[in-house]
Design a protein around this ligand. Sequence first.
Ligand code: ADP
Ligand code: MG
Length: 420
Amino acid sequence: MRFSQYHFVDEIKHNLEKMGFKKPTDIQYKCIPNILKGEDLLAIAQTGTGKTAAFAIPVIHILHSKINPKRQTGIRCIVMVPTRELAIQINEVFTTLAKNTRVSSMSVFGGVEQDPQIAKLAKGVDILIATPGRLFDLVSQGHIQLHRAEILILDEADHMLDLGFIKDIRDLIRFLSKKRQTLFFSATIDEKIKDLAYSLVKNPIRIQVSPKDPVSKNVDHSVVFVDMDDKRFFLERMVKENPESKILVFVRTKVRCERVQAAMQRVGIDAVFMHGGKDQKDRLDVLNQFRSGKVKMLIATDVSARGIDIPDVDFVVNYDLPEHPENYVHRVGRTGRGMKKGMAYSFCDEAEQPLLKAIENYIGKQVKVLELTNEGYQEITTLSDAKNLRMEDIIDALSPEPNKRYGVKKAEAQKVDIVK
Ligand code: ADP
Ligand code: MG
């Protein structure tokens, strides 16, 4: 079935055409009729399968079609998301899909001034895409009226329910219209979270696409066994073999973001990094530099693992394995989005083997291992441009953070470097 055959208002169809969306994806095909009917929904589908439009299209259609002779104040739909970047991205999808309709949307998130958001809210808006902290602030200060809100959407629902916001969400629900519709969307879900979701709604319809393997089928993912101290050589090699490729590198901590960037800089590779400690403007600048391709490597913590849609990321690298196995699914899901294919590599040090096991348990299968011969491994480490650097510089760039190195002592780690 094509979008042109749906009974959407013409403006939405026109906008879909302009976006190049001809046919619904599986999750869109299954969700749209149920959302139009007013059902509550728990929708699970792999990363990059178009979950945003799966809720945005029918919601815009519903809000546009309902008679609204005089716009009263009050939000009609709330979309809750875990990060600011995601709030902006999802608002862009709503804005594009709702162009020339009677439906307006905006995003609110913390880390920036409240006043401009309050001023915009005062003009009246139908759909609000929000991170929890700022949303609760604005509601408690009386800047947001919720009594007309008839649709509540939790994107990245498992994460939203897991973040400790459940009490706030329950409180929020009490302000919403009694006849509200609730929609949960995510690529991952577990039993505990499912129970929490079901405690918020009566009889949601459960829609699950490809339940067995949560990793997107567009992502070819594998693991390479690499010593912690050699990981930078492998990353360097990847970049030098694929100079035109966009590479998203995930590390465990903020400090490691900066360290890996410094190590790359030393071998002439330009990279930017992003983590929760950066201010909002910096985070957006960095993301835009990477999005536009101005810089081809972004090094990030898990703050960027969820939801972010950069359509042409060629490789995801788990420079450090994720500590929460579901984040493996979200991280590798930053590539292979929409119709595109993508590759993901995990660099696994011996000390990270338990994390790999946990991931394999979670996804229900083994991750393909890329075997390297000793000579191959040696070649990657000895051909590095870093070999021309002074040893002190390298040690400075790589000395692990105190007490964070899976039990390997700092002195030992440095010794390894010096030997090389
Ligand atoms: P998810 O939330 O499932 O991870 P997104 O909603 O971010 O995925 O969408 C992933 C990508 O797929 C986006 O770049 C989006 O523009 C594209 N996309 C979504 N729906 C369609 C469609 N029906 N046809 C073509 N591309 C689509
Ligand atoms: Mg999404």
